[in-house]
Design a protein around this ligand. Sequence first.
Ligand code: TXA
Ligand code: MG
Length: 322
Amino acid sequence: MSDAKVSTRRVPPDAAGIAEAARLLAAGGLVAFPTETVYGLGADATDARAVARLFAAKGRPSFNPLIAHVADVAAARRAGKLSPLADKLAAVFWPGPLTLVVPASDVVCELARAGLATVALRVPKHPVAQALLAAFGKPIAAPSANRSGHVSPTTADHVLADLEGRVDLVVDGGPTPLGLESTIVDLSGEAPRLLRPGGIPRADIERALGAKLAEAGAAVRAPGMLASHYATRARLRLNAQEVRPGEALLAFGPRRLAGADGATHMLDLSPRGDPLEAAANLFAHLRALDAAGTASIAVAPIPAEGLGEAINDRLRRAAAPR
Ligand code: TXA
Ligand code: MG
């Protein structure tokens, strides 16, 4: 299911092509489009199902947080909290190849944020990206439009070579001007930090800030990998074969675990056993069961195929002893 084949169409970036791309995004589809840096693989950032499809198409073994592309500063303010420093950088570099990590509102879904309380925001400058954001009217989650572990695509041909049959549409806007991803600056902590060098040189950002950028430690550079971001208060018991007295149950699929009727609380990631649906529900269900205040959550086995690998990866991090 998560590897379902679709036929990928290529359209020019004219009014009809943009309208078709926006329509597909609204329907939960996947659309690759050019930005000034590289091609992005876009999905409705507010729709966890669409974002789960995106992770499946990329073939990522874990859920990395995604950049939410927004039309303008006003849209960025709805998706996150811009500090005075963020305002300053936005005023100088947006639209453009700068991504700002800021405290998140609940507009961008948790799966796109990989469960983090922060969100990465960028207003792209490319006219095709701008037109698509204007037509769609909501934030677009878009990692680079390549399969996991491959290099970022700078032409529609690169996108198709990697993702043919896995995305609905490619808007072909020709080669991307920069060919290098955006610079990522984290403004959610005490001091601004450079998470990824990219299209805007560090010195330009430091000049605009009037301050040096702190260097991100290895753990911070890969925020999706930090176990502590996923930790639940309740103990997670993975691959549970039964539900023990006093435990809540995070279920998956039609199989009923022994003792399920006695669970203090029960949520099902996907009653029909669909990994896409399970990925879309993962963070919200974990949070809800944890909030119920149970000491232990039994987690039903989840097959490792497709998105199951990323789901199991996240569950292991959440279960890691602290
Ligand atoms: O130029 C670009 O930035 C391109 C175009 C399509 O916009 N996008 C791109 O996305 O390079 P991607 O997914 O390949 O890289 C996104 C990076 C990842 O390294 C991720 O860890 C980081 O952004 N990121 C996203 N959300 C974050 C957050 N809340 N905190 C820290 N880092 C975050
Ligand atoms: Mg990438």
